[in-house]
Ligand binder design. Sequence first.
Ligand code: NG6
Ligand code: CA
Length: 510
Amino acid sequence: MFKHINLTYRPFRNLIFAFFLVINSLGFSQDKKPNIVIIYVDDLGFGDIGVNGAIGVKTPNIDTLATNGLNFTDAHCSSSTCTPSRYSLLTGSYAFRNNAAILEGDAPLIINPNVETLPKMLQKAGYKTGVVGKWHLGLGKGKINWNEKIPLGPKEVGFDYSFLIPATGDRVPCVFLENQEVVGLDLNDPITVSYGSRIEGYPWGFQHPELLKQHTDPYHQGAIINGISRIGYMKGGKNALWVDEKIPFVLSDKAKDFIENEKENPFFLYFSLHDIHQPRIANIKFVESSSMGPRGDVIAQMDWCVGQITESLKKANLLDNTLIIFTSDNGPILDDGYLDYAIELLGDHKPAGIYRGSKYSVYEAGTRMPTIVHWPNKVKPGTSNALLSQVDLYTSLACLVGQDVENGAAPDSKDFLKSWLGKSKKGREFLLEEAYTYGLRMGKWKYIKPKNKPVPNWIVQKFVDPGFNEDVQLFNLEVDPSESKNIYKSHPDIVKKMEGELAKIMNQKG
Ligand code: NG6
Ligand code: CA
């Protein structure tokens, strides 16, 4: 019928113009739900990216995200190790409520499949959800049979699609799982995995050091696969083994496929990189791309993966309406078991910037993460020093997409959407930092509870600066951001208040 309208006739032209104006003001085009991509790096420290002062490696893709987005200087993961941080991110619950700790590669799923999670909430809001990369939240109910579909995993946690490294790169089984099935498995060569007794199969690191690309501590001397000995023993699955040097390419391709397949829907992609966790084995394309040896090279490699994601979003014309959150699961670590000369080759580079501590530590470097939010349609470039925790992403994102959080879910997660999007600089009044003890932030104050949990032997022997102490610790980060001067004796009132606040958090029903 439009063909009968004479568009040169001014009233009609104005009418059509007005029609489009109304459509636009109703926001049909702009308010399309944004895609959400969390790029979760493993063991990346605050100072490991260019915009935060990296010296030994260049991170141009991450820096571009920061320049065009919001760079946070006081945003935290919930814990200074992987499993607890990931648990909190996906459940909105502090890890201690479920005793979530670093898991072995055959551990059962630690997320209750009957409780709402971040991806389940987004599914209800109409999102297609996918996880690509490191999982490390357990699978199945115990005694996993790797030769059949694993009954409990990402699907039951709320992901429509999954492509996983089941635990860590240094733990068996060294195979990918796609939708909870081992990729490329030959059933005539079934997989067995053991974290207890030694099983014949792949040779063991302590017996065959001559086969190793990198030497290790005594804890990583199980199955040798691809010249790298791992934690745990493994037999079978030869056709399905991953090649460490190719992991970044495989994962980036799977993430890009997910974006391509879901580009018509709003989607949530949890892109959980293996880098820069050990074993740090860069692809030849990145070897010597930094001045820091393998640890620097895999930072460059990880930066390339970030570029792959932004490129593919751009290509699909989705970048402007995609909320990208780039961050890490715990602080940096130089020697975590494999001899890759990260200490010797560090030079002036400061993995944690000015902050004290590392992975495993309750000091700031344990949880203060490089954190960038990028969303051209809504987020103005800049920096923010708001005190934020990843545990709040669940509820904040629920507010973003207009979805209620189910009763009983996400007990520790609060709405800080305005702060995550840079519309407010107000952060948390109190922020919990979990390690082998607990830290609590209250503005400029940092309180550390005396050690109250048994600390594994290897941590006691090796570390570094974990911060477990018989004494109370209190720091004023405004004048002492590196936590060098314990001033608890001169501030009994602050200590008392923070002790009380911590006790309240611990005693709350989760
Ligand atoms: C520890 C491993 C360490 C690393 C870590 C997990 C020992 C002595 N150390 O148990 O090498 O794999 O677990 O790292 O076994 S995380 O980033 O996934 O938390
Ligand atoms: Ca980690």
